[in-house]
Design a protein around this ligand. Structure first.
Ligand SMILES: O=C(O)C[C@H](O)C(=O)O
Ligand code: SF4
Length: 510
C-alpha cells in the first residue's frame, strides 16, 4: 500500500501541475486563432507561459485546486475501504506540500479542515471490473467554473435564444445558452461536459463524466457527434473570448452524453470547466502498486508564450501604464477600459469571508488609495517560518458584488483586481468614488505568484488560508482595466453583444 500511495501522490502532482497534451493542443489552437496584440491573444500568451512554469516548478497551475474527484475501477475483491484511506493520506500529503490548496470548508462553521478532507471531500466513484488492474482517473475542477454549471429543465424559455422544447433542437439551445451565461467568469475559453436526461443527480454526474473524454474524442452516437461539432462552431461565434475579453476562442471542447429519463422530466445538465482543465489518469498494478500507464499522455506539447507570434505579426504590445500603490484619485480617473496597467507596491487579498467581515467591521490596515485583490492563494511556510506564495491567481469577483460598492466608499479603495468583472452597483461606485476594476488572467496563478516580492503579513488566518487577508508587496503585477471611473464596462459590452449573437441562433437547426 505504501507504493500505491506513492502512485496516487504522483497522480495528484501531475494533475495539479501539468496540463495533459490534448488540453494543451486545444489552447495552442486557440492561440493561433486570435489576432496578435489583442487582449485575448495577450491573455492566452500569459496562460501558455503559466502552463509551462507550473510544469517546470512543479507547482499548481491554478491556486484553486478544486474538488478532487476520483473515478476508480478495481478488480473484483479489491479492498476499496483500504484504498480510500490511502488516497486520503495522499491528498493530505499533497496539501501539506503545497500541491493542493486547503480547499475543504465546513459549510456551517466556515472552518477550513486544512487537509482537503472532510464530509464529501474528496469525491470517490468506485466501480468494479473484470480486468486485473486498477484504473484511477482524477479531475481537479475549481469552484469558479463549478459555479457556472447549469441544469435546464425542458421545456423552458431562454434569454436570447427562446424556447427550448423537449427535442434535439431544445438541447442545442440549452448548450449554447450555457456557454453564454458563463461569460468569462469560469475562466474561458472553457470545456463543457453535457448530460442529457437522467434525473437531477445522474444528469450532472453524466455531464462531469464527459469531462473525462479526450478533447478529440468523437461521440459514438451520430446525432450527438453532429451536435458537438455544431456547438463547437457556433459557441465560438458568440465572441466572448478568453476571460470574457472578446475574441475568437470561447469554447475549446464539447462532449455530450445521454441517459434515459422519466416521462415527466427532461434535464440538460452542463458541467463547465475552465481552460485549466486538470484531469489525469493512471493504471496501477494491484500487486506492486506501481503505475503501469498514464491515461492522458499522448506526446509532449510545448506551449508558446506568444511573444514570437506577436513579433512575427509585427504588432506592438499596448503601452503599459505603471501604477504605484497607494494610487491617487487623479491617476485612477485618467485610466480607461482597455488600458494595460502594471502595479508596484502593497496589495491586499480579500474574498468572500473578508468582504462580509469588512462590511460590519473596521479594516486592520489602511486601505485608502489601496489595491484589493480578489485572491485565495496557496501559501506554504519555509524553513525560516516565513510565508511563501505557491500560487496566486484571481478569483471570480461577481460573488463580492453585494459588498464591493460599500467597501470601496467606506475604505477609499482605488483598485479592485479580480476576474470576470462586476455588476452595476460596483460600476456606479467606481464612478462616484474614483476607482477601477482590473481584470487579471484567471488561472494564471504561477504568473502572478512570480510578481509577488514579499508576503508582509496576514490578518484573519482563522478564516483559512484562501480567505485570509494577505499583505503582499508586488512588482510588475499586470492587469487590464475592464471597468473604469467613467462608467464603462467591457463586461457589460461583451455580455450585450454575445446576447445579440445568441439571439441569431434561435431558428431550428436539428
Ligand atoms: O477559489 C479560487 O481561488 C478561484 C475560483 O476557482 C474561481 O474561479 O473563482
Ligand atoms: S480561477 Fe479559473 S482557472 Fe482557476 S479553478 Fe477557478 S475557474 Fe478554473
Amino acid at each position: 500500500m505504501e507504493q500505491f500511495k506513492e502512485s496516487v501522490y504522483q497522480l495528484i502532482v501531475e494533475t495539479s501541475t501539468n496540463l495533459p497534451p490534448d488540453v494543451r493542443r486545444a489552447i495552442v489552437k486557440a492561440q493561433q486563432q486570435e489576432d496578435a496584440g489583442t487582449r485575448a491573444a495577450l491573455s492566452l500568451s500569459t496562460i501558455a507561459g503559466n502552463i509551462e512554469t507550473a510544469e517546470v516548478n512543479q507547482s499548481p497551475i491554478c491556486q484553486d485546486t478544486g474538488m478532487p474527484t476520483f473515478e476508480i475501477k478495481t478488480p473484483v475483491a479489491t479492498n476499496q475501504l483500504e484504498m480510500k484511506q490511502v488516497i486520503e493520506e495522499a491528498i493530505a500529503l499533497a496539501t501539506k506540500n503545497g500541491i493542493l490548496r486547503p480547499n475543504s470548508v465546513d459549510s456551517l462553521t466556515g472552518e477550513n479542515t486544512g487537509n482537503n478532507l472532510g464530509p464529501g471531500a474528496p469525491v470517490f466513484h468506485f466501480e468494479q471490473w473484470e480486468k486485473d488492474e486498477i484504473e484511477l482517473r482524477l479531475i481537479l475542477k475549481g469552484g469558479g467554473c463549478e459555479n457556472k454549471n447549469i441544469q435546464y429543465s425542458l421545456p423552458c424559455e431562454l434569454e436570447g435564444i427562446g424556447r427550448a422544447s423537449r427535442d434535439l433542437d431544445g438541447i442545442r439551445k440549452c448548450i449554447l445558452h450555457s456557454v453564454y451565461q458563463a461569460q468569462g467568469q469560469g475562466c474561458s475559453a472553457g470545456f463543457i461536459g453535457v448530460g442529457v436526461g437522467g434525473d437531477r443527480t445522474t444528469g450532472y454526474a453524466l455531464a462531469k463524466e464527459q469531462l473525462f473524454r479526450t478533447v478529440d474524442d468523437v461521440n459514438p452516437i451520430e446525432s450527438l457527434a453532429k451536435l458537438e461539432d455544431y456547438i463547437m462552431e457556433k459557441a465560438n461565434e458568440l465572441g466572448i473570448g478568453t476571460m470574457g475579453f472578446g475574441g475568437q476562442a470561447t469554447l475549446l471542447g464539447c462532449k455530450v452524453g445521454v441517459l434515459n429519463r422519466l416521462p415527466a422530466s427532461f434535464f440538460v445538465s452542463v458541467a463547465y470547466n475552465c481552460w485549466a482543465y486538470r484531469r489525469q489518469g493512471i493504471t496501477v498494478d494491484p500487486q506492486s502498486g506501481l503505475i503501469k500507464a498514464w491515461l492522458y499522455k499522448d506526446g509532449e506539447v510545448k506551449m508558446s508564450t506568444g511573444t514570437d507570434q506577436q513579433a512575427a505579426n509585427g504588432r506592438e504590445r499596448k503601452e503599459v501604464i505603471e501604477l504605484e500603490a497607494p494610487i491617487t484619485e487623479e491617476k485612477i480617473r485618467s485610466l480607461e477600459v482597455g488600458d494595460v496597467v502594471m502595479i508596484n507596491g502593497p496589495m491586499y487579498t480579500g474574498r468572500d469571508a473578508l468582504h462580509k467581515h469588512l462590511t460590519e467591521n473596521d479594516s486592520p490596515v489602511d486601505l485608502n488609495g489601496g489595491v484589493l485583490y480578489h485572491c485565495g492563494p496557496v501559501m506554504l511556510k519555509d524553513d525560516k517560518d516565513e510565508w511563501q506564495v505557491k500560487a496566486a491567481g484571481p478569483t471570480t469577483s461577481i460573488r463580492e458584488e453585494p459588498y464591493q460598492a460599500d467597501l470601496i466608499k467606506k475604505f477609499g479603495i482605488r483598485a479592485v483586481i479580480g476576474k470576470g468583472g462586476m455588476g452595476a452597483r460596483t460600476l456606479a461606485a467606481l464612478k462616484e468614488h474614483g476607482g477601477v476594476y482590473l481584470n487579471a488572467i484567471g488561472g494564471a496563478a504561477q504568473y502572478y505568484a512570480q510578481c509577488i516580492e514579499k508576503v508582509e503579513g496576514v490578518d484573519f488566518l482563522e478564516f483559512g488560508i484562501p480567505e485570509a487577508m494577505w499583505h503582499l508587496r508586488v512588482k510588475g503585477f499586470t492587469a487590464i482595466v475592464t471597468m473604469d471611473a467613467n462608467g464603462n464596462s467591457l463586461h457589460a459590452d461583451v455580455e450585450k453583444s454575445s446576447l445579440e449573437k445568441l439571439a441569431d441562433l434561435r431558428d431550428p437547426v436539428f
